[in-house]
Design a protein around this ligand. Structure first.
Ligand SMILES: [Zn+2]
Length: 317
């Protein structure tokens, strides 16, 4: 059974700006992907809803919010006993420093905190009772020196075997009566949500037919990576990736601060005119999720951004 348009963006809350902070909370699964600065301040008491944190890598803009998150979970006015599991790419020195700091400074936690290192292609059950939904890790391409991981939420589903597709219900029923249900149906794994963290374009096979792909898009154009770090993705290749993977929704995040919202909107519109990804395209900009199919929401947000820039004044050099 498929749920169209799942997961809607109302299941998601997040914040993302390249270099500054990235985090994304998926409410349905109580999962936080990455934990950049400001995550606890952004979620307030919703931090008590988080059951699992999945970190993509150890750069500061993805983990700096952990200290406050754990502190609030320990002291705030919410369920202080619910356990929290933090999953991270194994052997990551930067994450180990944070773990060490937290272990030294938070000796008496009111809840059970577990740190769980992960490899690529690991499976983590998310629903203990039925185990129909699970997480599977995949390797991404970011820093040379550390393992970085992306995450797929996968649902075990059943479908008609290809040789029975197109037959009438009566014909199918006859097979079921004579040979049993398993003769006509097969199990398959449906990716319902993918989060890539920071990365060069993700291998489309790893996110094939995902219902909702969150892919970083630091640059609008390849030339904008002036310092040539080659650790991030630019728009055209992200659109190509989404197209090749046949995803249903694409959420761009981790956009560079150099683009204001109007430039971002225009750049994405131009990019989609050149490369039609064949899916809905959304952008997580700051703490807003904007839909490219809804110009109205962009307009309102652009006005707000202009007003805020004016109030803050020019940035000093
Ligand atoms: Zn990074």
């Amino acid at each position: 059974m498929t749920t169209p348009n799942f997961p809607l963006q109302d299941q998601l809350r997040g914040f993302s700006r390249a270099l500054f902070s990235t985090w994304l909370y998926h409410r349905r699964f109580n999962i936080l992907f990455d934990a950049g600065e400001g995550v606890a301040t952004g979620l307030l008491n919703r931090v008590f809803g988080i059951r699992r944190v999945f970190l993509s890598h150890g750069h500061a803009d993805h983990i700096a919010g952990l200290v406050n998150l754990i502190n609030i979970r320990n002291l705030g006015a919410g369920d202080q006993t619910a356990s929290l599991q933090i999953y991270f790419p194994r052997d990551n020195k930067l994450i180990e420093f944070i773990t060490d700091y937290l272990t030294r400074t938070q000796k008496d936690l009111s809840f059970k905190l577990e740190w769980i290192p992960l490899e690529e292609d690991e499976k983590i059950l998310l629903d203990d009772q039925k185990s129909k939904v699970f997480m599977r890790t995949f390797k991404t391409r970011h820093s040379q020196r550390q393992l970085s991981l992306g995450y797929n939420i996968i649902e075990q589903r059943r479908r008609l075997k290809p040789q029975f597709v197109g037959l009438s219900q009566r014909e199918i029923n006859e097979v079921i009566w004579s040979k049993g249900k398993d003769e006509v149906a097969e199990e398959f794994e449906k990716i319902i949500f993918s989060y890539g963290g920071d990365s060069r374009p993700i291998d489309p096979q790893k996110i094939a037919e995902s219902l909702f792909l969150c892919h970083e898009c630091t640059y609008l154009n390849i030339e904008d990576d002036e310092r040539n770090f080659q650790q991030h993705s630019y728009l055209a290749e992200v659109l190509e990736t989404a197209k090749a993977a046949r995803v249903e929704n694409l959420l761009l995040f981790h956009t560079s601060l150099r683009y204001n919202l109007e430039e971002l909107r225009q750049g994405i519109e131009d990019g989609m005119a050149r490369i039609n990804p064949g899916c809905r395209v959304l952008v997580l900009h700051g703490d807003s999720i904007l839909d490219t199919a809804s110009p109205h929401s962009w307009k309102k947000r652009i006005q707000r951004e202009r007003a805020r820039e004016k109030a803050l004044g020019e940035p000093s050099e």
